[in-house]
Ligand binder design. Structure first.
Ligand code: ZN
Length: 379
């Protein structure tokens, strides 16, 4: 049986280029599960990986796949996992379970030996992929596959950050970079978790978008001189209980320190370029008791918790569907920063139920909705 893969090659101009290839089914170990994917998200990280910025990769990228178990390794039976079971295939594909991180409480997302989708094992831009049973993310029925895909990376990342940010219901949480893909999901999760949300981003056009998602306050950094002063004013001079920085900007991190209230927490999520450092004086920490923590994706339990918000209708990702054939164009638009919220719309293609290996962007905001070419998938 043939399987469809989307491989990438690095071009000389550094722009990601993807090409569809037909190959054989991936090999299944005795404790592995073969998953036939129905959708997969496109993350900015995939484009960075395809561009070669992040070092060596596998040929098949992608880490927001949703599909169903279609074949079990020889050591597994349906008492382990039922054929047809819906599963998620995320960034973290396996962990060692024995390193210092894995042995630490909540440390598995930082496993020193972890296998990452597209980096150490083939990713989800493919019709089929293989997942070790011991690290299988079993998904409940309910929300459509294309709505769950973005939760497997951006969604669980921001949910986990909110979960550990130290705020309780009714307290103020700032999301810096709130109009981006991760930030926008963050506004929805923050509201659903009972926090009062201050959204910070650049540009007037993000304002209504952030309010529609549930922000109580929007601050436009392009027209506001002293963002911290506005945060203090809106929070009754206290400052925020937590600031989550999703923007990959050293400036955003620098500004966030002065927005925090007593014992506030800065949660690092966005990754600035290596040259953008943050300065602080120890007195800020001594006087205010503030802390800085980082958050990296989430565990399989975090994913299930994040998905439960979709099941309850409290969080609804905005997604657009496209096909594998258009991955190069999608990548070009992401890398050139042309993907913007302004184009956001839901396509009727979302209601199609015969999409095989279609793509959606997690940070999606453009209106890709080409028809799925069935012929490509015939076996
Ligand atoms: Zn480990």
């Amino acid at each position: 049986m043939e399987a469809l893969n989307t491989n990438h090659e690095q071009r000389e101009d550094g722009k990601p280029q993807f090409a569809i290839e037909h190959g054989s089914l991936p090999k299944l170990g005795s404790e592995d599960v073969l998953v036939r994917l129905t959708v997969t998200g496109v993350c900015g990280t995939d484009i960075a990986l395809a561009s070669g910025e992040l070092g060596p990769t596998c040929r098949i990228l992608g880490h927001e796949g949703v599909g169903r178990a279609v074949q079990l390794g020889s050591g597994l039976t349906e008492s382990h996992v039922k054929l047809g079971q819906r599963v998620g295939v995320a960034w973290q594909r396996d962990i060692c379970g024995t390193c210092a991180m894995c042995l630490s409480d909540g440390g598995e997302t930082r496993c020193l030996q972890q296998l990452q989708s597209g980096r150490k094992v083939d990713g989800t831009f493919a019709e089929y992929t293989v997942v070790p049973f011991r690290y299988l993310t079993v998904l409940p029925e309910g929300p459509e596959d294309q709505l769950i895909a973005p939760i497997l990376c951006g969604g669980v990342t921001i949910y986990k950050a909110l979960k550990i940010c130290g705020a309780t219901a009714g307290q103020w949480v700032v999301i810096s970079g709130a109009g981006g893909g991760v930030g926008a999901l963050g506004i929805q999760y923050s509201k659903a978790m009972g926090f009062r949300t201050i959204a910070i981003d650049a540009g007037k056009e993000k304002e209504q978008y952030c309010y529609d998602l549930g922000a109580e306050v929007y601050i436009d950094v392009t027209t506001t001189k002293d963002v911290s002063a506005i945060v203090r004013k809106k929070t009754g001079s206290l400052g925020a209980t937590a600031v989550l920085v999703t923007a990959g900007s050293g400036r955003a991190y620098q500004d966030s320190l002065t927005m925090l209230g007593p014992f506030g927490t800065l949660v690092c999520i966005g990754i600035p370029p290596p040259t953008q450092l943050v300065n602080f004086h120890p007195l800020q920490f001594i006087d205010m008791g503030i802390r800085i923590i980082g958050s990296a994706v989430g565990t399989r339990l975090d994913i299930l918790e994040a998905v439960s918000f979709l099941q309850r209708g409290l969080v609804t990702p905005v997604v657009q569907m496209t096909t594998l054939e258009d991955l190069s164009e999608v990548g070009r638009q992401i890398s050139e920063g042309k993907v913007s919220n302004a184009n956001s719309q839901t396509g009727d293609v979302l209601t199609q139920n015969r999409q095989l290996a279609s793509l959606l962007f997690d940070f999606v905001k453009t209106g890709f909705a080409p028809p799925v070419s069935e012929a490509v998938f015939s076996k």
